[in-house]
Design a protein around this ligand. Structure first.
Ligand SMILES: *Cc1c(COP(=O)(O)O)cnc(C)c1O
Length: 360
C-alpha cells in the first residue's frame, strides 16, 4: 500500500446536489487526489478537499501541452456494493499515453489504490439511480517551470470524480471530413492526449454549423478508412456481421470497444476488426445491409447514430427500436455493472470501503 495522506473536507457539498438532475461533467465530488513527481519519484500523495490548483505561469503543460487523461466509472450495484469497471485497463492505458507523451509513468498499483481510496472517501457521491454512475477523471500534467521544449522533469498526477446521470442522448448525425483529420499513424491519436481534443474543435464547430452533431474521422493519408467519432469508437452492423475499424496506431484503443467485442463473441455474433472503407458503408447502405451504426465509449456507453453523410450521400439508418446489437450491448453491459448478470469476464473490482477506511 502507498501512504496517501487524507485531509477531509469540513464543508461537504453533498447535500446541495440534485441527483435527479446531473448534467455531464459539471458536478464535482468533495475530494481530489494529487501526487507530485519530482526527482524521479511520486511524492506527497494526498487526498484533500476539492478545489483549485495553483500553477507557475511557465509550467510546461501550459506552453507545450504535455497532458494526458483517462475517463472511467464506478457503479453502485443493486446490493449497495461499489465497483470499478476495468480499472486495470485504464491504469495500463494511462501509462501508454504517458510513454507516448514522454511523461512519468504511474505505478499501476498506485493508480488503482488512489482511485479506490478517493471513491471510498466520496462513496456518498456514487449515485443510486439506475443508469447513473460516478465518473472518474485521472489526469497528468507537466509542471517544470521552464520555457524550453524538452520533457518535463516534474509532473502532477490528479484524480477527481463527479456523479453523472443517465445519458439520454438523441441519436447523432455524423459527417465525414475531407479537409481535416483527427490523427495520423505515428502521431498521438492512440494516446488520450489533451491536444487531440483541441485539434478536433474547429472541424467539430464547422460540422455543427452545417447541421451535423459530430465528425466521423477518416484516415489521414487516403481519407478513405473510418477511424472513430468524438470520444467514441465506431461499430457497424453490416448484414449479420458486427464490424469495427482495426486499431492501427491512429485510433484510440477504447476499453468499451474491447469489452463489446468480447461480449459479442461470447454471444455468438460474427465480429470483424479490420479497415473499414467508407465506400463499403455507402455500398452496404444502398443494398439495404447497413443495419446499425453506433459509437462506444465510457461516457455514453452506446451512442446510436441516426445518419452518416459522406460526400453529399446521406446514409440514414433504421429506427433505434430496431437496433438489436447496440441495444443488447447497452443493456447487457449495464446488467453486468449492476451485478444483475454474472461478471463472467472479471471486469469488476469491488471498492472495499472498510479496508480503505482503516488506512486513514
Ligand atoms: C476515450 C476515447 C474513446 C473511448 O474509450 P473508452 O475506453 O471506451 O472510454 C474513444 N475515442 C477517443 C478519441 C477517446 O478519447
Amino acid at each position: 500500500m502507498f501512504n496517501i495522506k487524507v485531509t477531509k473536507t469540513l464543508n461537504s457539498q453533498l447535500t446541495n446536489i440534485d441527483f435527479s438532475n446531473l448534467p455531464f461533467g459539471k458536478t464535482f465530488s468533495d475530494h481530489i487526489f494529487i501526487a507530485d513527481f519530482e526527482d524521479g519519484q511520486w511524492t506527497d500523495l494526498r487526498i484533500e478537499p476539492f478545489g483549485p490548483i495553483s500553477m507557475h505561469p511557465a509550467s510546461s503543460v501550459l506552453h507545450y501541452g504535455q497532458a494526458i487523461f483517462e475517463g472511467m466509472k464506478a457503479y453502485r450495484q443493486n446490493n449497495g456494493e461499489l465497483v470499478l469497471f476495468r480499472a486495470d485497463e485504464h491504469a495500463r492505458r494511462f501509462n501508454e499515453s504517458a510513454q507516448r507523451l514522454c511523461m512519468a509513468e504511474v505505478p499501476e498499483k498506485l493508480f488503482i489504490q488512489a482511485v479506490n481510496q478517493l471513491v471510498a472517501i466520496d462513496s456518498g457521491w456514487v449515485p443510486q439511480t439506475e443508469g447513473s454512475s460516478l465518473y472518474i477523471r485521472p489526469f497528468m500534467l507537466a509542471t517544470d517551470e521552464f520555457i524550453g521544449v524538452r520533457p518535463s522533469t516534474k509532473y502532477k498526477f490528479i484524480i477527481f470524480t463527479g456523479p453523472v446521470g443517465p445519458y439520454y442522448a438523441k441519436p447523432v448525425t455524423l459527417i465525414t471530413s475531407n479537409e481535416y483529420v483527427r490523427a495520423v499513424k505515428g502521431g498521438v491519436g492512440e494516446a488520450k492526449a489533451a491536444g487531440n481534443y483541441a485539434a478536433s474543435l474547429l472541424p467539430m464547430k464547422q460540422a455543427t454549423e452545417a447541421g451535423y452533431d459530430q465528425v466521423m474521422w477518416l484516415d489521414a493519408k487516403e481519407h478513405k478508412y473510418v477511424q472513430e467519432v468524438g470520444t467514441m469508437n465506431l461499430f457497424f452492423v453490416i448484414g449479420d456481421t458486427v464490424v469495427t475499424p482495426a486499431t492501427d496506431g491512429a485510433i484510440l484503443k477504447g476499453i468499451t470497444r474491447k469489452s463489446f467485442l468480447d461480449m459479442l463473441t461470447a454471444k455468438g455474433y460474427k465480429t470483424e476488426e479490420r479497415p473499414v472503407d467508407v465506400q463499403e458503408l455507402v455500398d452496404a447502405h444502398k443494398a439495404g445491409q447497413l443495419k446499425e451504426v453506433f459509437g462506444a465509449g465510457t461516457a455514453a456507453v452506446v451512442s446510436h447514430v441516426a445518419s452518416v453523410t459522406h460526400k453529399g450521400y446521406l446514409m440514414d439508418l433504421p429506427p433505434v427500436e430496431n437496433r438489436l446489437v447496440g441495444n443488447w450491448l447497452k443493456a447487457e453491459i449495464n446488467d453486468i455493472r449492476l451485478g444483475l448478470k454474472e461478471d463472467i469476464f472479471g471486469w469488476l473490482s469491488p471498492i472495499n470501503q472498510k479496508e480503505v477506511a482503516k488506512s486513514f
